[in-house]
Design a protein around this ligand. Structure first.
Ligand SMILES: Nc1ncnc2c1ncn2[C@@H]1O[C@H](COP(=O)(O)OP(=O)(O)OP(=O)(O)O)[C@@H](O)[C@H]1O
Length: 223
């Protein structure tokens, strides 16, 4: 699906992530873990650039428009699928088909507020689910997420993780929860100081293998 070679990523001439070779395969569910500042988001952004046509990104910086409704923010996920005039019409007078599809998606994400609610009035966890709904509304085959469930309680995060994975043939996700990484992903990539220091099938790992990545173990009791 994607083969990265001799990769060097950085800002203003400073490399923050580098690797000789890193591949992502169709059908894989890959968790990326590492301490803050390790280079995870930089790598994820590059992966999304390479796979943009077939992948939806749910970024850490959600980019929601606070003054607009839940409906409008989620609909933004569909903008690229339609002509600008159709989008304009639907943003001004939401069509029944999109309203019901977005309602169903929000229900699936356990977001029960009215679609007319301004996003600026929502809690952190609700906002995160609006951003997630917008990414899912892109209807892409691959889901790329940068801590997309970090504001949710562990049980809800696990339920939504299963639903995200059921909707996409491949998932690449940065996350900070050890048990979620071990239970819901086929492969774990560990990054430290801009290098890949772990790349292994989850089946070959136990919880102690992830200790050096400072992962949150809050979900241990619920798994
Ligand atoms: N836009 C930017 N301009 C300059 N430096 C940046 C920029 N974005 C990130 N960096 C730097 O690159 C390094 C890696 O950042 P990155 O966001 O990829 O790490 P991360 O592992 O995702 O961290 P976190 O878990 O805190 O999100 C950090 O030193 C950060 O300060």
């Amino acid at each position: 699906m994607l083969h990265l070679q001799h990769l060097s990523l950085g800002y203003q001439g400073r490399q923050v992530f580098g690797c000789d070779s890193l591949s992502f395969h169709r059908g894989e569910r890959v968790a990326i873990v590492g301490a803050s500042g390790a280079g995870k988001s930089t790598l994820l952004g590059h992966i999304h650039q390479q796979l943009a046509a077939e992948a939806a990104l749910c970024a850490q910086a959600q980019g929601l428009v606070d003054g607009l409704s839940v409906f409008h923010n989620v609909y933004m996920g569909a903008l690229a699928r339609h002509h600008w005039s159709y989008n304009l019409l639907n943003l001004a007078w939401p069509l029944a088909g999109h309203k019901s599809a977005i309602r169903a998606l929000c229900d699936e994400l356990e977001l029960d507020c009215p679609l007319t609610t301004a996003v600026g009035r929502l809690s952190g966890g609700q906002r995160q689910r609006v951003a997630l709904a917008r990414a899912l509304y892109q209807n892409k085959d691959i889901f790329i997420g940068d801590e997309p469930l970090s504001a949710l309680d562990p049980l809800m995060a696990q339920r939504l993780l299963s639903r995200i994975q059921a909707r996409h043939h491949s998932t690449i996700m940065v996350l900070h929860n050890k048990q979620q990484a071990l239970n819901y992903f086929d492969r774990i990539i560990g990054i430290a100081e801009g290098r890949v220091i772990l790349d292994s099938p989850t089946a070959n790992l136990d919880a102690s293998a992830l200790d050096s990545f400072y992962l949150d173990t809050a979900a241990d009791a619920t798994s």
